[in-house]
Design a protein around this ligand. Structure first.
Ligand code: AMP
Ligand code: GLY
Length: 424
């Protein structure tokens, strides 16, 4: 089988590694991929597709047709809502695609769409008001703390959990009057409290399978201090949530979501990520993402056993076969090493040393490139994910930290409490 994965980061490195571990050997391609991914897959550069700037999806589809690609797997979300949508164009071309159609990928792309969907289908989520101007937004600031969310692209900076009215009013002015993120609505949301958990499902039309849950660590520094990042580490295990809690999440959140998509006359095929908060009154949806999480994928995918490639291929064609994969017992812990300045900025060109000494863990490359001398160097904010497994959480954590310590580069930032905080 010929499989193309879209994306270039640690999640895609982990997805391609999982595909390459399937019993049958497949021909793997990545668009655009990375120097590290190139050791497992052919990185595609399509004429007319100047990466990240002017993606012309139709060129990619043409390339897939000409190269007889059997399966397209969406790693990152961007292409799902680009132009007429990756999955939509794959469907027209008759190429099975694991990743949803543009119409329902709005669950991730538009926070307003997601909140209205949740409300319409009676799925637990924080009460909210959608405001179209500053006046409406200020009138909705009736309590503190309060959560404000810009409904549009904001490079991860569009959410503010405000503890004072002044702070909230300032955010409203920045977003709705100064338009610091451009045009878009503002959601004013009730502030929920409780630990967060990432639940993943493979959704295939009317059927779904809940996968291994994970928890990510979003803040840059230990003890959840400092600004939010793309994720500084993750813990995954079937033991992360008690069976009774998982059953409740399935009954109150996953099942009604899958049914809601169908009731709305839409179809979903792909991974669906439920960002949940476990509040004192039960689990509530904070956000949906139409893809696997990153860095959660790096923690979960090494735990997958069975035939991942056939599983995804069959599901993309409409046949979800849960029996094709299993999840290992125990714990998996992923530690991210980030470059200097992250998350406000990032630093490229710092040479990475010690990669060859890592033995008891996997290394997925999030943001690296090879220099002229053939050494890997930093090339982005999040640089590497070092992932280890163990029978117990402590064993997995000790192994991940011991292996991760072997890898260094100038300005490296790594949290020291992944898999400890929120557990001990
Ligand atoms: P989002 O981009 O919607 O996932 O929000 C980013 C982060 O803000 C979440 O991971 C939560 O930590 C926090 N957050 C979002 N919504 C709420 C809420 N209603 N109550 C408390 N915290 C929230
Ligand atoms: N781990 C958060 C995300 O993938 O959005």
């Amino acid at each position: 089988m010929k499989i193309l994965v879209t994306g270039k980061g640690g999640r895609e490195h982990a997805l391609i590694t999982a595909l390459s571990a399937s019993p049958e050997k497949h021909e793997l391609f990545a668009y655009p991929g990375s120097d590290a991914i190139a050791t497992l897959a052919t990185c595609v550069s399509v004429a007319g597709l100047s990466q990240a700037i002017s993606w012309n999806l139709q060129d990619l589809i043409e390339w897939m047709k000409q190269n007889h690609i059997d399966l397209c797997m969406a790693g990152e979300e961007a292409l799902l809502v680009k132009d007429r949508g990756l999955a939509n164009l794959c469907a027209e071309a008759g190429i099975p695609c694991w990743g949803p159609l543009k119409e329902i990928a709005q669950l991730e792309a538009s926070k307003g769409f997601a909140k209205k969907f949740l409300k319409r289908h009676g799925i637990p989520t924080a009460d909210f008001t959608i405001c179209t101007n500053a006046e409406e937004a200020k009138a909705a600031l009736t309590e503190t703390p309060i959560v404000l969310k810009f409904d549009g692209l904001a490079a991860g900076k569009g959410v503010a959990v405000c503890t004072s009215k002044e702070e909230a009013e300032q955010f409203v002015e920045d977003v709705m009057e100064k338009r610091c993120f451009g045009a878009g609505d503002l959601l004013v949301e009730k502030c929920l409290t409780g630990p967060e958990i990432s639940v993943f499902a493979s959704v295939c039309d009317d059927s779904y399978q809940i996968l291994m849950p994970a928890r990510d660590y979003k803040r840059i520094r230990d003890n959840d201090q400092g600004p939010n990042t793309g994720g500084m580490g993750a813990v995954a295990s079937l033991k992360l949530a008690e069976p009774a809690l998982m059953q409740r999440i399935e009954r109150e959140i996953v099942k009604p979501t899958v049914e809601g998509i169908r009731k709305d006359g839409l179809r979903y095929r792909g991974f669906l990520y439920f960002g949940l908060m476990l509040t004192p009154t039960g689990p509530q949806v904070i956000e949906y993402n139409c893809r696997f999480g990153d860095p959660e994928a790096e923690a979960v995918l090494p735990m997958v056993r069975g035939d991942f490639a056939t599983y995804v291929f069959e599901a993309a064609k409409g046949n979800l076969k849960p029996e094709l994969i299993q999840f290992a017992p125990g714990w998996s812990i992923c530690l991210i090493s980030a470059s200097a300045g992250y998350p406000a900025s990032s630093h490229s060109g710092d040479v990475i040393s010690g990669l060859e000494h890592v033995s008891g863990a996997r290394v997925y490359h999030c943001g690296t490139k090879k220099n002229a001398a053939g050494q890997f160097e930093t090339n982005g904010g999040r640089v590497l994910a070092v992932v280890a497994q163990g029978e117990t959480r402590v064993e997995a954590r000790d192994k991940a930290y011991a292996e991760s310590a072997k890898v260094t580069f100038d300005g490296l930032q790594r949290r020291s409490d992944i898999g400890k905080m929120h557990f001990e």
